[in-house]
Design a protein around this ligand. Structure first.
Ligand SMILES: C[S@@+](CC[C@H](N)C(=O)[O-])C[C@H]1O[C@@H](n2cnc3c(N)ncnc32)[C@H](O)[C@@H]1O
Length: 215
């Protein structure tokens, strides 16, 4: 039994231990972002078992097509216990899981989320921006090319960058003009990004980027 009288299945604990092998790393990332953006409803397509957004935001919808992720979130008590161990913002955080391919219709209301998370999971912004409200924020890292995709999407404007130094994350919202400058001249397009499946190197790289949905 855990602190709050709920038990965690061993497989759930094991998956979380692997996910959290750099202990608290994602928690620190999301906490830094939570300090600068106000969000209540968060959507995380391609989340796998990265539960850390639930330590920071009260309502998070996770989406993944991997069976292990379904198994993990199916352990509702276990997931609730792990969240409870991390000093969450509310006593009854909502962590919902949708077992689905995020390129398909997720059955969610359009423009109903304040924050969309895209980390190491492909072109999340391309398929899931519809669920983000205008004025909401996309958090995206460059590894799978989704930063490039957001940078050419007229729905978005760069509104912050996240830097990482020895496990500490900082969000910068000023002097953003020097970011997103490709190292080599390149005509970024959806086709090019789909073909390469990864981003372009930038002269001034950042760990992750924040874009505001402007339309
Ligand atoms: C490398 S993991 C990253 C997990 C998590 N975002 C993180 O940063 O720790 C990528 C995850 O995205 C999921 N994924 C990739 N494409 C997907 C899709 N089209 N629909 C649903 N899940 C997808 C995979 O199943 C996998 O769990």
């Amino acid at each position: 039994m855990g602190l709050y009288g709920r038990s965690v299945e061993p497989i759930t604990r094991d998956l979380w231990a692997k996910q959290d092998q750099h202990e608290g790393d994602r928690w620190r990332l999301f906490a830094a972002i939570g300090e600068v953006i106000g969000a209540t409803r968060v959507l995380y397509p391609g989340s796998f078992v990265d539960l850390a957004p639930s330590f920071v935001w009260p309502s998070v919808t996770y989406v993944d097509s991997d069976r292990r992720a379904k198994r993990f979130y199916d352990d509702v008590d276990g997931v609730g216990e792990i969240i409870a161990e991390h000093d969450p913002v509310t006593s009854e955080p909502e962590a919902v899981f949708i077992a689905a391919d995020y390129t398909t219709d997720l059955g969610l209301e359009d423009e109903s989320f304040d924050l969309l998370i895209s980390l190491y999971a492909g072109f999340v912004s391309e398929h899931c921006t519809r669920y983000l409200r205008v004025g909401g924020t996309l958090l995206v890292n460059p590894s799978h090319g989704d930063v490039g995709m957001a940078s050419i999407d007229k729905s978005y404007e760069l509104s912050g960058v996240v830097t990482s130094r020895t496990g500490t994350y900082r969000v910068h919202q000023d002097n953003l003009d020097s970011y997103l400058e490709p190292k080599k001249p390149v005509e970024l397009s959806t086709d090019l990004l789909h073909k390469s499946g990864r981003g372009v190197p930038y002269t001034k790289p950042a760990f992750a980027y924040l874009f505001t949905r402007v339309r």
